[in-house]
Design a protein around this ligand. Structure first.
Ligand code: ZN
Length: 174
């Protein structure tokens, strides 16, 4: 009888000691370190809150260089090499969506990039007049169907070999 009582008392003390230890030593909580407001341009930590993005993410502004940024931004800047690849692909008359897939850029970014390129391109092209010399004619023909396959039409062009100017043409049916 006394052994049973002693066992019960022992287990009670053991349980009590565990409970008191847990109340004194709280289980370690996973503490997330707050993200530092480091400016991506000048690495300064002096940034102030500056509204939020359309997605609700807080925006910050660097007090040193005035750069606005988002902490943990998912957007990355497009590399110079990627831009060079895009420039070459644009000359190949590939669709914008196709280029966006190949270069792994967003379609909206690519559209903005193309718009910028267009704005930079001069509207008028200056062509220098070629000096005309002795006329040397070269003839070239091309043909196509008009309306239906029975109606074959040929276009003959007379081109000046030196200046590449078309000096005459004729359209004939076969
Ligand atoms: Zn800065």
């Amino acid at each position: 009888m006394t052994t049973i009582l002693a066992f019960l008392l022992y287990s009670f003390i053991l349980l009590l000691s565990r409970l008191t230890r847990e109340s004194i030593e709280p289980s370690p909580k996973i503490c997330e370190e707050p993200l530092k407001r480091v400016c991506p341009t000048c690495n300064s930590e002096h940034a102030i809150k500056n509204g939020s993005t359309h997605n609700g993410k807080p925006k910050y502004q660097c007090k040193i260089c005035s750069r606005q940024f988002v902490i943990g931004a998912t957007k990355t800047t497009v590399l110079k090499e990627t831009k060079q690849l895009i420039d070459r692909l644009l000359l190949e008359r590939i669709s914008l969506r196709g280029i966006a897939r190949v270069a792994q850029v967003s379609w909206s970014w690519l559209q903005d990039y193309v718009n910028q390129k267009l704005a930079q391109t001069p509207r008028q092209v200056e062509a220098l007049a070629k000096t005309l010399g002795k006329l040397l004619i070269e003839c070239d023909e091309m043909w196509s169907f008009v309306d239906c396959k029975k109606n074959e039409v040929y276009i003959w062009l007379a081109i000046d070999r030196k200046s590449r100017k078309i000096v005459g043409w004729v359209v004939i049916r076969k």
